[in-house]
Design a protein around this ligand. Structure first.
Ligand code: PRP
Length: 212
């Protein structure tokens, strides 16, 4: 039997993903040990798991290095890969939002020279260019984007907001909601055909566990 390979987003989401997979009998004891290993195998059940950086999960699945991936919708929207998004796990819920000082709100709606800092340039472009038909300048950052408006690098940020505590702690607030985000199951297009039975059984099992 060929291994069925899962790409998981390293960190909290991988832990949550394994918790839900365990409930449908997809287990990996070795993964529970604290180690720097990135690939794990359950020989008996024929599963392989690997831990990738979240933003790389869609790449591994699109290219067939993994058959199935579990990753946030934020990453899927930003990466825009060619794969099947088969299930919303409704966990890891948060949202994309435009945030900044509340005083900037007026400029947000009118300005043609708004500067937006973000880890998600494609999401920001889609929102401002396509949806709002507004020309903006985008500055790509790699994290702690809340800094940008504070140090005058940008007018606003486009970022993930979960509890809102990072914004609050830095004197910023949500100025506009973009869209909700949650963890999704994605499947490689070829694997879906070649491993249809095993994969659809997994999707069905997971679907029964999804709670709103
Ligand atoms: C994310 C996001 C926000 C924060 C939102 O950052 O970019 O900064 O979490 O969460 P909250 O609304 O619950 O405060 P992450 O912790 O992934 O680190 P990063 O800043 O390096 O991207």
């Amino acid at each position: 039997m060929e291994y069925l390979t899962f790409a998981l987003a390293k960190g909290r989401l991988a832990e949550k993903s394994m918790e839900i997979l365990e409930k449908i009998g997809i287990t990996c004891e070795e993964m529970k040990e604290d180690s720097r290993k990135l690939i794990f195998i359950n020989e008996k059940l024929g599963y392989k798991f690997f831990l990738a950086k979240a933003s790389d999960v869609p790449t591994y699945v699109e290219n067939g290095s993994a058959d199935i991936g579990i990753v946030g919708k934020d990453t899927l929207l930003e990466e825009g890969r060619n794969l099947y998004e088969v299930l919303d796990l409704k966990m890891g819920k948060c949202k994309f939002a435009v945030a900044g000082y509340k005083e900037i709100k007026e400029k947000l709606d009118s300005s043609m020279d708004l500067v937006v800092a973000t880890k998600y340039p494609n999401v920001a472009k889609e929102y401002f260019y396509t949806k709002k038909k507004q020309t903006i300048e985008i500055i790509k950052l790699n994290g702690s984007v809340e800094l940008a408006p504070i140090v005058n690098l940008s007018d606003v940020i486009v970022d993930i907001v979960e509890t809102g505590s990072t914004l609050k702690a830095n004197g910023l607030e949500v100025l506009a909601d973009i869209c909700p985000v949650s963890a999704r199951v994605v499947v490689n297009r070829v694997s879906m055909k070649l491993e249809y039975e095993r994969i659809s059984k997994i999707i069905k099992g997971l679907k029964e566990l999804v709670v709103d």
